[in-house]
Design a protein around this ligand. Structure first.
Ligand code: SAH
Length: 320
């Protein structure tokens, strides 16, 4: 199997049969403030769009539904007109996670792919979604590129048409065709029908060679090729390539997650919440905010990229 087919199949089985939160945690599970700030981001963008009603509020790969539940609560408080106007749509392939999401988002509608979202103005959120999409890997061997396939739990390199630049022997280059196709089609949709999409994920600002495929099994790093469906497979997101795949819209970022969240008011909101809590809970909220935003934690490796209709001003979080 070509690596991307292997990864797609392994992850589909993994998400259908496991509780991924036993293996890893994500920003919305770390602090409720994360989803609340993204809800406020959506409310401001909706205002800039001219407050269309109805508007589709969509999330790709909502996990447990925590981010959107927190976002909706913040929207209901800060922008009740948006709460009334928005139609909630989730893109999720795992039946097991759909059931989790339905507990927190009873009014949502589910789809298997972003291409199935109904037409109209759109505000879309995606946290740690793109990193789970299947990648291809090319390896430089004897002045030519070969592509990685998986046979019997091992890499198997086959001749390839890939025409990347020359590189030293053994160099690995990754390409996320699925993520690029998704961003490209969302850009076309937003250019035609209005709206914005926000992606938060980990990876470098600029494309760079390297093998970033990783597996987590039982909460520990594992061999990505062993036991497909038993571990979560991810790869770093190539934000430069994604920005290049979006045409007809304005691309904002990527900016590091730490400054993005700080500009949205992470620390003010956290302090405000902490003040009404007992000391241990207040300390936990502050520690969670630091984990999301500090450069040595999730604040620098994670990046934020937005696609927005060309008529929209700079969305919150992207300018100092
Ligand atoms: N956004 C969540 C979950 C991240 S895990 C959070 O921040 O906690 C990745 C999510 O994407 C899971 O819900 C998984 O089932 C879903 N997913 C992975 N690949 C997918 C695909 N190709 N299509 C739709 N959903 C997918």
């Amino acid at each position: 199997m070509r690596l991307d087919a292997f990864m797609a199949d392994a992850n589909a089985r993994y998400y259908a049969t496991h509780d991924p939160y036993r293996d890893f945690t994500t920003a919305p599970e770390i602090s409720q403030v994360f989803g609340e700030l993204l809800g406020l981001w959506a409310a401001i963008v909706w205002g800039a769009m001219g407050r269309p009603a109805p508007v589709i509020l969509a999330e790709l790969g909502p996990g447990r539904g925590t981010l959107m539940a927190d976002a909706r609560r913040a929207i209901a408080q800060a922008a009740p007109e948006l709460a009334a106007a928005c139609r909630l749509h989730c893109v999720e392939t795992s039946p097991r996670l759909r059931a989790e999401q339905a507990k927190r988002l009873p009014n949502a509608v589910w789809h298997d792919a972003a291409s199935a979202l109904p037409p109209g103005p759109l505000i879309l959120l995606a946290n740690e979604f793109l990193d789970a999409l299947p990648i291809r890997q090319f390896v430089r061997r004897d002045a030519a590129w070969r592509e990685r396939f998986v046979t019997g739990g091992q890499f198997d390199e086959r001749p390839s048409e890939f025409d990347g630049p020359a590189a030293s022997d053994g160099t690995v280059v990754e390409r996320n065709d699925a993520a690029r196709a998704l961003v490209s089609s969302l850009a076309t949709r937003i250019a035609g029908q209005g709206g914005a999409a926000l992606f938060l994920d980990y990876g470098p600002e600029l494309s760079a060679p390297g093998d970033s495929l990783q597996a987590l099994r039982g909460g520990h790093p594992a061999d990505p090729l062993a036991a497909p469906g038993e571990s979560d497979l991810t790869a770093h997101v190539d934000f430069e390539a994604l920005a290049a795949a979006a045409s007809g819209v304005t691309v904002w970022g990527p900016v590091p997650q730490g400054p993005f969240l700080a500009r949205l008011g992470l620390y003010q909101r956290t302090d405000h919440l902490a003040r009404s809590q007992p000391p241990d809970r207040a300390a936990a909220l502050i520690a969670a905010a630091q984990r999301l935003a500090e450069p040595g934690r999730m604040g620098r490796l994670f990046k934020v990229l937005a696609l927005a209709h060309a008529s929209l001003p700079c969305p919150p979080g992207f300018a100092a």
